[in-house]
Structures are given as structure tokens and as C-alpha cells.
Write a protein that binds this ligand. Sequence first.
Ligand SMILES: [Ca+2]
Length: 108
Amino acid sequence: MAKHLAKKAACLIGSAAVALSMTLGAFPVYADSAASAPELGPVTSKDVVYQIITDRFYDGDTSNNVPAGFDATLYDGTGQDLKLYQGGDWAGIIEKIPYLKGMGVTAV
Ligand SMILES: [Ca+2]
């Protein structure tokens, strides 16, 4: 049981670190083509920033939901048990960039 909790705590700390790094250093939302790509640079007061909790946003790659050695009971993926991982990942964020841009988001 203690090993189970330690593993879950380590995963939660990792997720929090990613969320914090994204909050402190938002990434610009890239355009679809180089011709229409905005100048990349630091986020300014004119940007519309969208904060994402990666695990909860969108599952773009189901192959990474239960990695080797990972306790499969910590994964839910249905959105029904929010104490468990839901499978959202960077692939899901990248896939949804057009959706974010459509909302006027300029930085993630
Ligand atoms: Ca995933």
C-alpha cells in the first residue's frame, strides 16, 4: 500500500511540475504554416493564455496511458474517477491547437 501511494505521489508531483512550468513559462500557440506563424517570443500582456492540466485536457496518444511498470489501477480515462489519471498528454494538446486558436488563444 505504501509503495502504491509513493508511486502515485511521485506521479502527481511530476504532473504538478509540468503544470507549474507551463504556468510560469507559457508557450505560444503555433500557426499551421510558417507563412502565417506569428513572431515567437515571450508571452505579453496582449496574449490570451490558456492554462492546461495536461492529464485532464485531451488524450491524443492512448499508447502512453499505462506505461510499462505503471500500476494500471491508477488510470481511469473515463472522466468518472478524477482521483485517477485520465490519459491527457502532449499529443492531445498539439492535436487541439486549432481548437485553441479558434477560441482566440495565443499562448498555452
Ligand atoms: Ca495518453
